[in-house]
Design a binder for this molecule. Structure first.
Ligand SMILES: Cc1cc2nc3c(=O)[nH]c(=O)nc-3n(C[C@H](O)[C@H](O)[C@H](O)COP(=O)(O)OP(=O)(O)OC[C@H]3O[C@@H](n4cnc5c(N)ncnc54)[C@H](O)[C@@H]3O)c2cc1C
Length: 448
């Protein structure tokens, strides 16, 4: 059986649903939305910041959201930079409170609203394969034991960090870091506080949030956010090791009175990455598939909704021949990602309690001309880098190739062919930018 649509959206998270709704809001184009789950399993990410309301109103999804009765959230809290808790109160924003989502319900409701607006929704349907053909793309979908074909003039990759369409069509993921979450769940009292709490430790930081659970109960979701290689190095997946680390996070522990080492830990991907390219002849990526953000920002859902609205508008434009709309969309996205990398760097710079920890060093290292500041490139590819305009005409590729083997930063500056043209300071800033983007690393001094 083969079905034909103008547009196929792969992924029924907030980005996919918002894109489908946005397309339908502006056009009569036929849209299919393909989602591999039935929203039965827990979903990651629960705090919705207050600014989401205007986006949900634009998408005509606000009435269903209001009816769902998501719990109000009055802010986030962190013991970042020192042991004292700092609360960022949503009530001081112009929008009032945010929400603690029942995330399964939130995602399922958005997709149901898309269905009411004429989007044909395929739940429990996995995208297995996609390939380009004349005038669009052909998708192979799996529903249980059955296979189904679908053709579309244009495909939107809203599949989250998996990027299942874009990567099959040849785009590549540029990893900024390799963060993962090691998650345990604990029962929560009905009156447990609703703040999402962030508390750093030597190997990363703990994230705890109180989420809706089965039968109207609530669950503490406690995650150690760390790097994939550090899990192996420090055996962090062993529940007792994870638990010992958690015992040092006193504010988080105080929420979990009576808790013990977990029986098992779930691993959830939480890396920051940018896709390159962000669109092709007949496809575009949106939400986490286009660029994923450190969960520290607690902004992925709002960004996904906002990006979905703009992507829907650009796709409608592209299908009437205005392909510049896709280029403008990509430019906007890369600009926002560049801004995010700067903010991320300054946040991590604020936490200086573990100067010897690789997790923190990676995120806050500073390039200096001291002889022990030795640089080495981590990634060779540089064309996806959102290279800041104020660093031009300095070539990022020239900096990376100068560090293809471990080289002192002072030597890179001294030998750089554009030194006279751009000056030493801009070369140092360029190296610093590549370091913060994860493309360069500071090599560990040799102990020999
Ligand atoms: C630990 C952690 C905590 C976070 N906390 C917050 C928070 O508090 N607030 C916040 O705003 N953000 C948070 N985020 C980020 C937020 O969850 C994401 O940014 C957001 O979910 C992105 O939405 P999306 O629609 O792009 O992708 P997703 O929500 O990942 O949706 C992708 C969809 O595609 C479907 N899919 C995948 N592959 C296929 C396939 N082959 N076929 C069909 N369907 C497929 C998936 O089932 C899913 O429904 C957090 C992230 C992490 C890792």
């Amino acid at each position: 059986m083969n079905k034909t649509f103008d547009i196929a959206v792969v992924g029924g998270g907030p980005a996919g649903a918002a894109t489908a709704l946005s397309i339908r809001r502006q056009s009569g184009l036929t849209v299919a939305l393909v989602e591999k789950t039935d929203y039965g399993q827990p979903r990651v990410g629960e705090t919705l910041s207050p600014g989401a309301r205007s986006l949900l109103e634009y998408l005509e999804a606000w009435p269903a959201f209001e009816q769902a009765g998501h719990a109000p959230a009055y802010g986030n809290a962190a013991a970042w930079g020192n042991d004292a808790i700092y609360q960022r109160d949503f009530m001081f924003t112009p929008f009032g409170h945010g929400w603690h989502l029942d995330r399964r319900r939130f995602d399922a409701d958005l997709v149901a609203t898309a269905g009411q607006k004429g989007v044909v929704v395929y739940r429990n349907t996995l995208l297995e394969h996609v390939e380009r053909e004349d005038g669009g793309c052909r998708l192979r979908l799996r529903q249980g034991e059955d296979t189904m074909g679908l053709t579309a003039r244009f495909v939107v990759d809203a599949s989250g960090k998996g990027q299942v369409v874009a990567r099959k069509l040849g785009a590549e993921r540029q990893l900024i870091d390799n963060m993962v979450a090691l998650v345990a769940e604990y029962p929560a009292m009905p009156d447990a506080d609703t703040f999402t709490l962030v508390e750093p430790c030597a190997q990363g930081w703990f994230y705890s949030a109180c989420l809706p659970a089965e039968a109207g109960g609530r669950t503490w979701w406690v995650a150690l956010m760390t790097d994939a290689d550090l899990i192996q190095q420090h055996e962090l997946r062993v529940p007792e090791v994870w638990w010992r680390l958690l015992n040092g996070a006193r504010h988080t522990m105080a929420r979990l009175a009576g808790a013990q080492a977990p029986a098992r830990l779930q691993v959830v991907s939480a890396h920051s990455a940018l896709l390159e390219p962000l669109y092709g002849q007949d496809w575009v990526a949106v939400g986490d598939a286009a660029g994923s953000y450190d969960p520290l920002s607690s902004s992925g859902i709002v960004r996904a909704l906002d990006a979905g609205i703009h992507t829907g508008q650009a796709v409608v434009q592209a299908l009437v021949g205005n392909r510049a709309a896709l280029a403008q969309l990509a430019e906007r996205h890369v600009g926002a990602y560049q801004q995010y990398l700067g903010t991320r760097a300054s946040y991590y710079q604020m936490e200086q309690r573990w100067p010897d920890s690789n997790f923190w060093r990676r995120r806050q290292a500073v390039v200096t001309l001291a002889p022990d500041c030795q640089l080495v490139s981590v990634h060779k590819a540089v064309d996806a880098v959102a290279w800041p305009a104020d660093l031009q005409p300095l070539e990022p590729a020239s900096l990376l190739s100068a560090c293809s083997t471990t080289t002192p930063a002072a030597a890179v500056v001294a030998a750089h062919p554009q030194r006279t043209e751009v000056g030493d300071e801009r070369i140092i800033l360029g190296l610093q930018w590549l370091l913060q983007a994860g493309l360069l690393a500071i090599a560990k001094p040799s102990t020999a």
